[in-house]
Ligand binder design. Structure first.
Ligand code: PMP
Ligand code: GLN
Length: 382
């Protein structure tokens, strides 16, 4: 058996969802909405299913979706993208990120990763034989430690994997932080895999800036989006990579060897979604911002330390003010079993030694009544 995979535990999202089900807890752990995505997107996919679009589509994605991804890049970020040579549709952002890492990393290459980090990154980097270089953001504001980041880059650096807006911190990287990263990429002739699945989920006027839009970054960046997040349809698993035509053939070859193609009917639905009016995208972030506010205020009232969330589906809380005696794993287990509310321990997003162990992540992409019930349950438990 593969030693790395044997050493990898079952993902925390599956573990906590199973625990929530077992104990009848409200699941604010794994990040998925309990409401459906836009009707017209679902209708378009359903029509395509009935319309005989059920055989292998083109390897890089159906033309309508590749065109929609290119147009979306232009509309929101002013990026000129060739839909025939610079877009690859994948089975979720998870596959897209793996395909991008496969496209550029050789064994022994170094890949810079920022902690706390999404749980698929590290195993894939290691499986490719590349060497992870971890740099930690500094809580509670999740500042980027610039000297440490610069020190993580060296002659063997091939890539950085950057997630903004970021899971689990809710951090949106600033233009200045991105410029600092861009400078390091230029100086070390490195690539960036940009996990931007929460690109349309930003709050309080924070704007998502793709690293790809910074000067010199267009040929160095592989930008990853996800229909799951942009259309509240996480089970669909449709991702899309935008990258320079010099990188795209390698990303396509990785996709060819991972899944080869992605369901054509769902791709049709996503093409309709990406073409939706501006009001849809603004409405999505406004809708989630209200939920963020509801949850943040409720948790603060209960006595949690609530860290700022500029984007994503998540709020990170510091539970020390509640006087709980134990670490984040114990806390998340206790509230699941006793309060019947599930959250994710943030240490699951760390690979290096001695991570901060007093944070729990709550997902707020849920109906208001469910959020209120979760808060009430936590209130009774505290
Ligand atoms: N990246 C991040 C940061 C995520 O939170 C997620 C989870 N939804 C993904 C990637 C995976 O996206 P997908 O479901 O499209 O594979
Ligand atoms: N991205 C989701 C989260 O962070 C989970 C996706 C998954 O279960 N793999 O909660």
């Amino acid at each position: 058996q593969n030693a790395l995979l044997s050493a990898t535990g079952t993902t925390i999202f599956t573990v906590m969802s199973a625990l929530a089900t077992e104990h009848g807890a409200i699941n604010l752990g794994q990040g998925f909405p309990d409401y459906d995505g836009p009707e017209d997107v679902i209708e378009a996919a359903a029509a395509a299913l009935k319309d005989g679009r059920n055989q292998y589509p083109p390897l890089t994605g159906v033309p309508e979706l590749r065109q929609a991804v290119a147009t979306h890049n232009k509309r929101f970020y002013g990026l000129e993208v060739d839909p025939n040579a610079e877009v690859i549709v994948t089975s979720g952002a998870t596959e897209a990120i793996t395909a991008c890492l496969m496209a550029v990393l050789n064994p022994g290459d170094e890949c810079v990763l920022i902690e706390p980090l999404y749980d698929t990154y590290l195993p894939v980097v290691k499986l490719l034989g590349a060497v992870p270089k971890l740099v930690r953001l500094t809580p509670p504001k999740w500042e980027l430690p610039r000297a440490e980041l610069a020190a993580a880059f060296g002659p063997k650096t091939k890539a950085i994997l950057l997630n903004t807006p970021m899971n689990p911190t809710g951090k949106v990287f600033t233009a200045a932080e991105l410029a600092f990263i861009a400078d390091l990429l230029e100086r070390h002739d490195a690539y960036a895999i940009c996990d931007e699945v929460y690109e349309h989920l930003t709050f309080d006027g924070w704007k998502h800036i793709p690293l790809m839009t910074l000067p010199g970054m267009r040929p160095r960046c592989m930008r990853v989006g996800s229909a799951g997040k942009t259309f509240s349809l996480t089970g669909w698993k449709i991702g899309y990579v935008t990258c320079d035509r010099s990188l795209a053939p390698n990303v396509a070859k990785a996709h060819q060897n991972l899944t080869f193609t992605t369901p054509p009917n769902l791709q049709r639905g996503v093409a309709v979604g990406l073409a939706k009016e501006d009001a849809y995208f603004a409405g999505l972030s406004a809708h989630l911002e209200r939920k963020r506010d509801r949850m943040a205020a409720g948790l603060a009232r209960l006595g949690f330390g609530v860290l700022p969330t500029q984007g994503s589906y998540f709020i990170t809380t510091d539970f020390r003010p509640l006087g709980f005696n134990g670490d984040d794993v114990a806390f998340c287990r206790a509230i699941t079993l006793e309060a019947k509310v599930t959250a994710i321990p943030v240490t699951a997003f760390y690979a290096s030694e001695q991570p901060p162990s007093h944070y729990a992540r709550f997902a707020f992409c849920k109906n208001d009544a469910l959020l209120d019930e979760a808060l009430a349950r936590l209130g009774r438990w505290i």
